[in-house]
Design a protein around this ligand. Structure first.
Ligand SMILES: CC(=O)N[C@H]1[C@@H](OP(=O)(O)OP(=O)(O)OC[C@H]2O[C@@H](n3ccc(=O)[nH]c3=O)[C@H](O)[C@@H]2O)O[C@H](CO)[C@@H](O)[C@@H]1O
Ligand SMILES: C=C(OP(=O)(O)O)C(=O)O
Length: 435
């Protein structure tokens, strides 16, 4: 049956081993706030290593609708010139497709003093709180009212001592963007410090801001400094690197992940080591050899080990679905504890249908006992990472699986079928990607 061009299907022939080198794309969750932060200056901003993914394309449409120029000057090079920013009505459909639409709040408030934002969306993986955003922006001087849309207003933004109620990633990013333009000093306590938060902070400093404490949970921002022209390269996506490690291990492949950003991978590598998967580091490259024990490492005394997500620098929440599918191909038993989102684990019913032995104890905890042979299935991708987990399961399974709703995967992974096919995968995308 013909599909709408916006609905993507992957047919995945399982059982093929991958071999070769692959480079991760730029970090989705760094590119999105940095694109928004480019609106803080009326000077041109040149970005490279920008992932060409659906979330980025949606955000570019949104900033263009505000009168901002955004031009692709190369496959992953983007120039943004926000000579003017008009806080006009934003398309509710585009805003609801991505979580990152909320990231316009800090920069547009700083630049225009007002913004009316239709509700943001993003992955449907549980409640997506906005409270921390409001708490931070209000303390910096914004007034916020909620009806069908969120209305932000600020006559003047002033630095403050802000203690976030939780280390929310996007709330930290919004607060940073507001604080660099506010007059006076802001101290941002209990803030997030993920690689993408750090990347945004370094980008802002390059623009002329003064942010101290980058990488920690307390940043001090000297606001009101002039912000100008900047060139910046987006860092590698550590979640994509984790996905590639899981994929290689689950399919018994040998791959080299080049320019992997190894400095930011410690907790990810520790998580996979618990599954008996060890990567070799050479410079900034990572090799996953096909000779892995894949023996789940019990805790001392032979107890069932646990992989749990937590705010940075601990194991990332977005790598949890990948760790779950990888564990189905490992020997032993492991508890996966996803603490952040209430619905992220529900996709395991699809893995169970493929033959995995998983007990979903409650919405946050699943016990996996492996290894199990997976058989092909017809799957539907509910979100980016569950979609990637299904792609890994399908590539490890016997037979050909169909993954529907694969446009979800493409929200976060650039040309993934093309890049994996180049190292031996057999994925057919419908509709075919234009040459
Ligand atoms: C565009 C973007 O950057 N999206 C990322 C961002 O989303 P986002 O910024 O939306 O996520 P938040 O950091 O705000 O929080 C995610 C969830 O975790 C809960 N929470 C958070 C901190 C904490 O200490 N305890 C706790 O339970 C929150 O209540 C919320 O339900 O960060 C998430 C957590 O890394 C990632 O999954 C998303 O990919
Ligand atoms: C949850 C994710 O993205 P978003 O916050 O953009 O929905 C993700 O990247 O896994």
């Amino acid at each position: 049956m013909p599909q709408s061009p916006d609905r993507i299907e992957y047919a995945v022939e399982g059982g093929h081993r991958l071999s070769g080198a692959i480079e991760p794309s730029g970090n989705k969750n760094a590119a999105l706030p940095i694109i928004c932060a480019a609106l803080l200056t009326d000077q041109p901003v040149e970005l490279s290593n920008v992932p060409r993914i659906r979330d980025v394309e949606a955000l570019i449409k949104l900033i263009r609708s505000l009168g901002v120029e955004a031009v692709w000057t190369g496959p992953n090079e983007l120039t943004i010139h926000a000579q003017v920013v008009q806080p006009t009505q934003l398309d509710p459909d585009l805003c609801s497709r991505i979580r990152a639409s909320i990231l316009l709040a800090g920069p547009v408030l700083s630049r225009c003093g007002q913004l009316t934002l239709p509700p943001p969306g993003g992955d449907v993986i549980g409640r997506r709180r906005l409270d921390s955003h409001f708490l931070a922006l209000q303390q910096l001087g914004a007034e916020i009212s909620l009806n069908q849309e969120i209305v932000f207003r600020a006559k003047r933004m002033t630095g403050a001592d802000v203690f976030l109620d939780e280390p929310s990633v996007t709330a930290t990013e919004n607060a940073l963007c507001a604080a660099v333009s506010a007059s006076g000093t802001t101290v941002l306590r209990n803030c997030a410090s993920e690689p993408h938060v750090q990347d945004l902070a370094h980008f802002l400093n390059r623009m002329g801001a003064r942010i101290e404490g980058i990488g920690s949970n307390c940043m001090t921002i000297e606001g009101g400094r002039p912000l100008g022209r900047v060139s910046h390269r987006i860092g590698p996506d550590h979640i994509e690197v984790g996905s590639l490690i899981g994929l290689a291990a689950a399919t018994g492949s040998e791959i080299r992940i080049t320019n992997a950003g190894v400095d930011q991978l410690r907790s990810t590598l520790m998580g996979f080591e618990k599954l008996g998967i060890n990567c070799a580091i050479e410079g900034d490259d990572l090799t996953v050899s096909s000779e892995q024990s894949k023996l789940i490492q019990p805790d001392f005394g032979g107890h069932v080990p646990k992989i749990e997500d937590q705010p940075w620098p601990a194991f990332p929440a977005d790598t949890m679905s990948i760790a779950i599918v990888t564990a189905t191909q490992c020997t032993g038993m492991v508890l996966m504890f996803e603490k952040m989102f209430e619905s992220r684990m529900f996709f395991v019913d699809k893995l169970i249908a493929m033959g995995a032995r998983i007990v979903l104890c409650d919405p946050h905890r699943a016990v996996i006992s492996g290894p199990t042979r997976l058989k092909a299935a017809r799957l539907e991708s509910p979100d980016i990472r569950a979609g990637m987990a299904m792609l890994i399961a399908a590539m490890a399974a016997d037979g050909t699986s169909i993954i529907n709703n694969a446009q979800q995967i493409e929200r976060g992974y650039e040309r993934i079928e093309e890049r994996l096919n180049a190292i031996g995968a057999r994925i057919t995308r419908t509709p075919a990607r234009p040459a």
